[in-house]
Design a protein around this ligand. Sequence first.
Ligand SMILES: Nc1nc2c(c(=O)[nH]1)N[C@H]1C(S)=C(S)[C@@H](COP(=O)(O)OP(=O)(O)OC[C@H]3O[C@@H](n4cnc5c(=O)[nH]c(N)nc54)[C@H](O)[C@@H]3O)O[C@H]1N2
Ligand SMILES: Nc1nc2c(c(=O)[nH]1)N[C@H]1C(S)=C(S)[C@@H](COP(=O)(O)OP(=O)(O)OC[C@H]3O[C@@H](n4cnc5c(=O)[nH]c(N)nc54)[C@H](O)[C@@H]3O)O[C@H]1N2
Ligand code: SF4
Ligand SMILES: [Mo]
Length: 767
Amino acid sequence: MSTTGLQFTPVKFTGLRLTKPATVAAGIPAVVSSMKHMLEAMNAFRAMKALLELNQKDGFDCPGCAWPDPDDERSPIAEYCENGAKAIAEEATTRKLDAAFFATNSIDSLGQLSDYDIGKKGRIAQPMYLAPGAEHYTPISWDNAYRKIAEHLQQLDTPDEAVFYTSGRTSNEAAFLYQLMVREYGTNNLPDCSNMCHESSGVALSEAVGIGKGSVTLEDVHQAEVIIILGQNPGTNHPRMLTALQKAKANGAVIIAVNPLKETGLLNFLNPQTIKGILQVKTPLTDIFLQIKINGDMALLKALALLLLEEEDKHPGTVFDQSFINSSTSGYNEYLAHLRQQNLPVLAAACGISEALLQEAAAALMHKQKIVACWAMGLTQHKNSVDTIREVVNLLLLKGSIGKPGAGTCPVRGHSNVQGDRTMGIYEKPGDALLQKLEAVYGFKPPYKHGHDVVHAIHAMHRGDAKVFIAMGGNFLSATPDTAYTAKALRNCRLTVHVSTKLNRSHLVHGREAIILPCLGRSDKDIQQQQAQFVTCENSMGVVQMSKGNLRPISADLKSEPAIVCEMARAILGAQSKVPWEQYTQHYDHIRDAIEKVIPGFNDYNKRVRHPGGFYLPNGSRTGQFNTNTGKANFNVAPLASTQLAQGEYLMMTIRSHDQFNTTIYGLDDRYRGVHHERRVIFMNPEDIARGGFTAGQVVDLYNYHGQTERIAPGFIIVAYDIPVGCTATYFPETNVLVPVNTVADKSNTPASKSVIIQIKSSIIKR
Ligand SMILES: Nc1nc2c(c(=O)[nH]1)N[C@H]1C(S)=C(S)[C@@H](COP(=O)(O)OP(=O)(O)OC[C@H]3O[C@@H](n4cnc5c(=O)[nH]c(N)nc54)[C@H](O)[C@@H]3O)O[C@H]1N2
Ligand SMILES: Nc1nc2c(c(=O)[nH]1)N[C@H]1C(S)=C(S)[C@@H](COP(=O)(O)OP(=O)(O)OC[C@H]3O[C@@H](n4cnc5c(=O)[nH]c(N)nc54)[C@H](O)[C@@H]3O)O[C@H]1N2
Ligand code: SF4
Ligand SMILES: [Mo]
């Protein structure tokens, strides 16, 4: 048995302090926290300048999550949340990393720092190069950096030996150019963060309703009669969703929350942007809380459908929307036959919810049609995620709750433009229509062979089949599973290149040579040819809007992402390129004109996106047009999934604290869960703690043994918490060393980061 126990986040305790989990989200503590983060990173003038433009119609799009802005009026002073302010603080900091910084700090010494400390160092201020065997990054000119990249790519035996990763903050313009460059170069190796995120939603929804995006608008959420929120922690990860839930409640909605944890943001909300909120008048949000076992959702959804069916059998036509089912769906009879074989006690045991509570939840749905289902990573990162999400759709189809106002699917996206990047063609499995369009518009033959997604790219680099890794943003090493395995994969590369705003661990675990290209962020002013430019983004509900930064860049040596792609493309592709790269850098309207020619739904792009608030992209499932293999919305029959745990094994979900954005660690607190100044914790049920012979506060080591490999994450403090028996939770990325690269969701290949089987052993490490 081989052992992987390499540490990529140093084991260092920072001083755990516990308080009771909070019962109300946001309020004044959120405002205080926003200002603290902003003022630590920059002066008050810059902070106010940034916050006043954040999410305004003529300002810049929040670089945090993808939750949409209101279509109608926006607050002139504060159209953002605590975590939006933290995202800006992190990006717009005036601390900078220049040549002197890298001369004094070696790769090795930086690697000893925590992710939190690395992030606090500041913005990367100039292009940097790491020579073979060198211990320090040294400055390189932009031209020489492009030349080196081009030389490496030209030396490969085939373009498929290069991998081009994208993270979801990249604008539409940059993403479109990037996929264009990569496809003209000759590969579809375009993995992206979505492969680890909502890929399961994309696959499930495409099969079920013909489009891999959600169907609802913000107004649908406001108008819903019932909102089910599964596997999502909106108070932390999509805080302004609480405002939408508050509106829905005011309109009479019932909220059902499904989560192993009683997340504060699901309980009560104090809206800091209203007088009532300031006066401490809280809004209770969840009406029915279902504290589910990890990955018990499929059983729960089948149980709800079964209870609805029992009532429909008794009073035909009163529960199910038979006319919708007849006219717009396929596979109903097969699904009913499957449901009739289900057994309520078995389903109740499988999800860990009492039959009484299941009855209560079913009753809430029984005679309602305007149902919105929201979900995020708690549903997408399990082996059976695609089938679970199809079970969500099954339930909506029974009720006719899709393609009409106040109802539909709402996979809540993560990164601010992750959905737009996909729309622009960042996808390793592009459809023929896109490729044919590229060929028709540009006159080069793009590759049709599908490329590597994230997990396949890791394996290809690990085998030595992929030799050059280029990333448009993100933190590949820390975000991906099986950190030790992925580190070896990256270190196998001849060259690793990152277009980045901030330093992260992926710059420190590198190929034989490495390059960092520093780019402008969302909040930065972008000037090309003396003209201020804007970029565009698509939010979680398919609204495309412009985003125009207003802050002075911290260094004159930063370039915009579109400019970097154009210049890199010219170096790589040379004179034979069919694409007018130079023109695209001059003014981004040219890029949008090109997007309009290639991507459906962008007619009159330059005009419509200048309209305050932007425009909605077409979406068949929103209007009841299901573009599937059957031309109808498809029911799905899937066997009940279950994870068998042996004695001494626990299921671990890797989740986000309140003070992080993915691998960017804003702070060391998880205020709502009552965990302060420490990230190396494992949440456990008190019964499990006692039964395992542990004590709360004890330091333990965590192990995973998938596929004959021992994976170790040493040094975690046990926190007794209200979580179902057998279930545990830790923060990512500290425990990504434990997530086996080969435990992935069927069909979507998404790492199963919420279903990690672990063993827990007492540690020799002291607090
Ligand atoms: N502040 C902040 N905002 C963010 C991010 C961030 O890191 N910080 N990340 C962004 C990104 S990229 C994304 S994808 C989203 C992520 O947003 P979320 O999906 O909300 O993020 P996670 O922390 O992964 O939380 C998953 C939630 O699912 C629950 N859960 C875990 N397993 C299960 C399960 O099996 N069933 C059910 N029903 N629930 C389960 C967990 O208890 C937790 O509440 O947020 C985006 N917004
Ligand atoms: N165990 C576990 N692993 C997970 C998850 C989980 O829940 N559990 N969640 C997964 C999910 S949902 C996601 S989306 C992925 C996230 O994976 P990634 O998107 O790869 O990771 P991030 O942490 O969002 O990337 C942060 C880095 O992006 C760079 N950056 C920030 N802003 C910009 C910009 O404007 N331009 C450019 N070029 N670079 C910028 C900075 O250098 C920063 O360090 O992680 C996944 N990994
Ligand atoms: S909800 Fe998301 S997009 Fe909106 S301000 Fe907060 S972090 Fe930014
Ligand atoms: Mo994500």
